[in-house]
Design a protein around this ligand. Structure first.
Ligand code: SF4
Ligand code: SF4
Length: 93
């Protein structure tokens, strides 16, 4: 294939690249231990952990969920969670 010098690609967005298909291990949350501190949300390099507003308590603090369409299974959230809420579990496909 011949590539033209100075070629321009169309703009894109990471939203179009569902990276969840790369995953071998998936984060599974044990919410009984969660203190709703949001460290997992901040630590996730793919920004795929989000607060679920339906779970907000009387102080407005939510439980956190992973969007598995974009979670690559890197395990950083599990490493950073101070309460061992998140377990990386072999995914069955
Ligand atoms: S880091 Fe752990 S304890 Fe904190 S909100 Fe996330 S899952 Fe809950
Ligand atoms: S395993 Fe990695 S990509 Fe998936 S939610 Fe945790 S930190 Fe984010």
């Amino acid at each position: 294939m011949k590539i033209t010098i100075g070629a321009v690609c169309d703009p894109g967005t990471a939203m179009e690249n569902k990276t969840g298909g790369w995953r071998t291990f998936m984060p599974v949350f044990d919410y009984d231990k969660c203190i709703r501190c949001a460290i997992c949300e901040v630590a996730c390099p793919d920004m795929c952990i989000y607060p679920d507003p339906v779970t907000a308590n009387d102080k407005g603090k939510c439980l956190y969920k992973a969007n598995y369409d974009y979670c690559k299974g890197c395990g950083i959230c599990a490493n950073e969670c101070p309460k061992d809420v998140i377990t990386m579990t072999l995914e069955e496909k």
